[in-house]
Design a protein around this ligand. Structure first.
Ligand SMILES: C[S@@+](CC[C@H](N)C(=O)[O-])C[C@H]1O[C@@H](n2cnc3c(N)ncnc32)[C@H](O)[C@@H]1O
Length: 358
């Protein structure tokens, strides 16, 4: 009996090989973008370009031969623009925004910061965890992850949190303007806490995170920003943090990381005033897997496999939401925790902004 060979669709085959080649280039790009960031190569191109390799090397005190190779890799990937007439490289306005404008919500270098180091540091543990099902806590990750996370999310918080997200919630802007009390749970380095403290000088803020090292850094950031008078940072878990009668509780890109989302919701309910609001910012996701199979979903499923799901499993997750939970699953756990009102207040291509009230 002969076994029939499966028919190969040449077009689909070429497409898949193309994707794999592009991914292989992307794996190197993660390191090369990080090098460009650290050595100031993108900012030098933005400030002084167009430049050839020798000129860029001179501007950045680096070696011309390495720079020539780096520039060619960047041009091949579409990260810098090559002019064959002058043999010089430059950043287009769009490349400048993504690679050299730290304040733009489209700035992406935070995503590349230490990516290879962070992933390489945890890869063996995650591979082992695939077999055992055990977790790997956020605190066990390479320290570069904590700063990279801050730098990755901060530009979008700076652009949208005060101007768009809070105004999309019922009455929260007015309450914070009048002088309210807000707890920012899972605050990491406190980027969101500090942005809100700067915008609402009559309110008081407490940033809470179970990770002591992050809380130490958040305190330093608040001092640097000159808001330490109205912001406290405390080590605490989302299920047991202190306080009561908060006007607002916020969680930015961290609820899905937590081991017991229903228990967390119940604790938020307990610590919130009867007419208070819980603001949840979560990675953008649709409810059905098939609707998340796109480039943004791919990045978030990647984060989720390496960082988020392992952290929630480390906290005994039930259920482990993952970074692509979607509104319906979030509604389910939030309402199980005792909230009767839940709605999507607004969204961006990267975030869902959700409002829960008792
Ligand atoms: C992806 S980071 C987000 C940090 C910060 N909210 C931001 O947007 O930059 C997730 C954060 O959740 C914190 N975290 C995880 N589980 C926690 C828990 N059970 N209680 C409090 N914080 C927790 C981690 O320490 C980490 O700082």
């Amino acid at each position: 009996m002969s076994i029939e060979e499966p028919t190969i669709d040449e077009e689909q085959l070429n497409e898949l090989v193309g994707t794999a080649v592009s991914d292989l280039g992307g794996a190197f790009q993660a390191a090369l973008a990080d090098i460009g960031d650290t050595l100031g190569l993108y900012t030098a191109l933005a400030d002084a370009g167009p430049l050839n390799a020798g000129e860029l090397a001179e501007h950045t005190d680096t070696n011309e031969r390495y720079i020539r190779e780096w520039l060619r890799s960047q041009a091949a990937g579409g990260y810098v623009t090559y002019d064959s007439e002058t043999a010089r490289y430059s950043l287009s306005p769009e490349q400048t925004v993504v690679l050299a404008d730290e304040d733009s919500p489209a700035f992406m270098l935070g995503g590349f910061q230490g990516t290879n180091t962070v992933i390489a540091a945890v890869q063996d543990d995650i591979e082992a965890a695939f077999r055992t099902g055990e977790g790997v806590g956020w605190h066990e990750q390479h320290p570069e992850l904590f700063s990279a996370t801050e730098r990755f999310y901060k530009p979008s918080y700076a652009a949208s949190l005060v101007d768009e997200w809070i105004p999309a919630l019922d009455g929260v802007d007015a309450r914070l303007k009048a002088g309210g009390r807000l707890a920012d749970v899972g605050c990491g380095h406190g980027a969101s806490t500090i942005i809100m403290a700067e915008a609402y000088p009559d309110s008081t803020f407490v940033g809470i995170d179970y990770h002591e090292h992050s809380i130490d850094t958040a305190r330093e950031r608040a001092e640097e920003a000159g808001v330490a008078d109205r912001v406290d940072f405390e080590v605490g878990t989302a299920k047991e943090y202190n306080g009561s009668e908060y006007d607002v509780v916020t969680m930015f890109d961290c609820y899905h990381d937590m081991g017991d989302p229903v228990g967390v919701a119940a604790h938020v309910r307990e610590t919130l005033a009867a007419d208070g609001t819980w603001m949840l910012v979560e990675p953008f996701a649709n409810d059905r897997v098939e609707d998340n199979l796109n480039p943004v979903g791919r990045v978030f499923y990647g984060f989720s496999t390496m960082f988020c799901t392992p952290n929630s499993l480390d906290q005994g997750a039930d259920p482990a939401l993952g970074a692509q939970a979607g509104e319906a699953r979030l509604r389910e756990v939030v309402t199980k925790g005792g909230f009767s009102h839940f709605r999507r207040a607004t969204e961006t291509p990267f975030n869902l902004v959700l409002e829960a009230r008792p």
